[in-house]
Design a protein around this ligand. Structure first.
Ligand SMILES: [Ca+2]
Ligand SMILES: [Ca+2]
Ligand SMILES: [Ca+2]
Length: 291
């Protein structure tokens, strides 16, 4: 059970990234670029075209709470949602195209564009929609911190985690089903349901699981705001970004693996490692990076 650390788990502990050596500082890192003066702008997202991205690439996307407008790169802006909503772009319909969607905490209502609104969850819940059963559709789901329980719509509740845990659902074993998982800041441990638990990270780190290696399995990974370092377990350590940046790892090039990336609120700029640096969005926007 996840609330107890077995001796087997202790034996499986890897060196926490706090002790990682051989830190690689990437050339052209936004960390070295420093924090630029905030540019006050009301401009729409920059309509820059994407370089050499394939059709499977995740498009740069921001959502502007003040107007409820979605800006998906290379497509026309769409107003969907209102200030206070949480944007959750996923493929809810299973047609292979991510759908615009928001969850409204005040009423617990899900709005998926083109579908009827659906009430599921309460204001203190954390929305965690994902394809948990492998049918190609994102399932409406919430994690309830108050009782450490996951509610996947259409399924019995699944207790997994503590109130202070951070939900980190991802497909860690690559079977096509997103796995229920939490990162526990208090002990820097990842608990991946039915698979494993591993100590990796510090309480102040931000979990950023994604498939950085391209093997189809999400990697345990974290970003350390104080240093801008990305630690991808058993793979790499890279300094990319500065405190205040938003972490937005995703496959922007369509190459089959997530790229380390940050979005900087102060200048509305995306820094996608090894791919591009482009201004898209403005201060106050919410960067969207999930499929
Ligand atoms: Ca869809
Ligand atoms: Ca899985
Ligand atoms: Ca991987």
């Amino acid at each position: 059970m996840i609330r107890r650390r077995s001796s087997a788990v202790v034996a499986a502990l890897v060196m926490a990234p706090v002790a990682a050596t051989g830190v690689l500082v990437a050339a052209g890192s936004p960390a070295s670029a420093g924090v630029q003066a905030p540019r006050v702008t009301h401009a729409a997202a920059t309509p820059a075209s994407s370089p050499a991205a394939t059709s499977t690439a995740v498009p740069l996307t921001v959502w502007r709470p003040s107007t409820g407008t979605w800006y998906v790169r290379n497509t026309a802006p769409v107003v969907y949602g209102v200030s206070g909503d949480i944007p959750l772009r996923r493929d809810y319909t299973g047609d292979g195209v991510a759908d615009l969607a928001v969850w409204r905490p005040s009423t617990g209502t899900w709005y998926v564009r083109g579908r009827k609104p659906l009430q599921y969850g309460a204001s203190t819940d954390v929305a965690v929609p994902a394809d948990y059963n492998g049918n190609g559709k994102a399932q409406i789901a919430i994690f309830r911190p108050s009782n450490g329980t996951w509610y996947l719509r259409g399924q019995a509740p699944i207790p997994y985690g503590y109130s202070t845990d951070v939900p980190v659902p991802a497909d860690y074993d690559g079977d096509g089903r997103v796995d229920i998982a939490v990162f526990r800041p208090s002990n820097g441990t990842w608990y991946i349901r039915k698979l494993s638990s591993v100590r990796y990270g510090l309480s102040s780190d931000r979990p950023v699981p994604a498939d950085y290696t391209g093997d189809g399995k999400a990697d345990v990974a974290l970003w350390r705001p104080s240093t801008g370092a990305w630690y991808v377990r058993n793979y790499s350590t890279t300094v990319w970004g500065v405190s205040g940046d938003r972490t937005v790892p995703a496959d922007y090039s369509g190459g089959g693996r997530a790229q380390i990336a940050v979005w900087r609120p102060s200048n509305g700029t995306w820094y996608v490692r090894g791919f591009e640096t482009v201004r898209f969005g403005a201060q106050g926007d919410v960067p969207i990076y999930s499929d």
